[in-house]
Design a protein around this ligand. Structure first.
Ligand code: SAM
Ligand code: SF4
Length: 367
């Protein structure tokens, strides 16, 4: 049996003997047939572990004001070409309720990072209003960067129950090349532990195909997700934004390779982590019009339709070529329904679609 077949067999059978070295071998596949067999194995395991329902998390990109300066991100504080916006409480609640009325089940509130009280208090109010005005029915994920334990707890009590904080890479040296010195790798990692303690379903992820990143790094990222017992994964290809410092290191990056590496990471993560939620992120679609469907077929089970009002979308360009800038929420909904149906999957309407991994861990603790 070929090495690839052997590794896939081991992973499909849930063998504890599978190693990061083997995952790296899978990430290095370049033969199209072997790539397909990797996606097929991950898809089969996805059907067994989380099923064929795709869950929607409508994303509201609340504000592009950010106090940080990550070298890869188009809305970093130092990019003076960006026109900054900050949606009002009413606008944000309105978009959340639109998602509820349209049976999305859950939303994600995301923005640049701010730690001032004006910001954290506003978020608390918004969370309480969304919970109240949706009769507690709308699930809420937040993705608002690094905060204190107290703030994380306040937001949890106000109604958020999932938190997405990508660590970007688990290689500290590589992290150092992507951020100014003031952005501390260990602080970010510690936030994941604090979030878990506060009661959240914890999501993390990395950017894939970063300048200087190796397949060994990516295999270690998957090991990190497993060792940290992560519930949800939101990861996607790194895409260049020309007004950022990282752009000059990224000249040789190729869209097709980025897409393939993004899909291989989804598949390997599904095979290793098994019953977690994995998002097919918009960055996949930026590289290929059907990138998100490809993500679902490589093992992802979550999609994040954009709810942000069209007038703000151009202000939230983390990278170039972000799709759907001229569309509105209704168009996104119609388009996605068709896309999900086109690959024979169904949408889990009006359901939170919590991570089965999280549910099982909680049951274990209660018994
Ligand atoms: N500010 C919060 C944070 O950084 O956690 C949340 C919003 S931030 C825009 C969300 C994610 O966008 C980051 O974690 C990063 O992985 C991703 N991102 C930023 N720039 C990107 C780029 N050029 N290509 C792909 N993803 C990018
Ligand atoms: Fe700010 Fe997040 Fe972009 Fe970093 S990735 S600059 S924290 S919005």
């Amino acid at each position: 049996m070929s090495t690839i077949k052997n590794i896939l067999k081991k992973l499909s059978e849930n063998s504890t003997e599978s190693t990061p070295q083997e995952w790296q071998t899978l990430l290095e596949i370049s033969d199209p047939q072997e790539m397909q067999s990797l996606y097929d194995a991950a898809y089969a395991l996805k059907l067994d572990t989380v099923g064929s329902n795709v869950y929607f998390r409508g994303i509201v990109e609340m504000s592009n004001i950010c106090t940080k300066d990550c070298y890869y991100c188009g809305i970093r504080n130092s990019n003076s070409n960006v026109e900054r916006y900050d949606m009002s409480e009413d606008e944000i609640v309105r978009e959340a309720l639109w998602a509820h009325e349209n049976q999305y089940g859950s939303i994600v509130l995301q923005s640049g990072e701010r730690q001032d009280a004006n910001f954290t208090d506003k978020i608390t109010k918004i969370l309480k209003r969304i919970k109240e005005e949706s009769n507690g029915e709308l699930g809420i994920t937040i993705s608002l960067g690094e905060q204190t334990e107290e703030v994380y707890r306040t937001w949890f009590e106000a109604g958020a129950h999932r938190y997405l904080l990508r660590v970007e890479t688990t290689n500290p040296e590589l992290y150092g090349t992507l951020h100014p010195e003031s952005h501390d790798f260990q602080t970010r990692i510690n936030c994941l532990d604090i979030l878990r303690k506060a009661g959240y379903q914890v999501g993390t992820g990395v950017m894939i195909g970063l300048p200087g990143q190796t397949t060994a790094d990516l295999a270690q990222d998957v090991k990190f997700f497993r060792d940290k017992d992560i519930d949800m994964i939101g990861m996607g290809p790194y895409i260049v934004h020309s007004e950022t410092p990282l752009a000059e290191k990224a000249e040789t990056i190729n869209d097709e390779e980025q897409l393939n590496m993004g899909l291989k990471m989804i598949a390997v993560t599904r095979l290793v982590l098994r019953d977690v939620n994995i998002a097919a992120t918009t960055a996949l679609q930026a590289l290929n019009p059907t990138g998100r469907e490809m993500g679902l077929q490589a093992g992802a089970n979550i999609i994040m339709p954009n709810l942000t009002d069209t007038s703000y979308r151009k202000g939230y360009q983390l990278y170039e070529g972000k799709p759907c800038l001229d569309e509105n929420s209704t168009m996104c909904r119609g388009c996605l329904k068709g896309r999900v149906a086109s690959i024979g999957e169904t949408i889990g309407l009006d359901q939170w679609g919590d991570s089965p991994h999280f549910i099982k861990r909680n049951e274990k603790h209660q018994n």
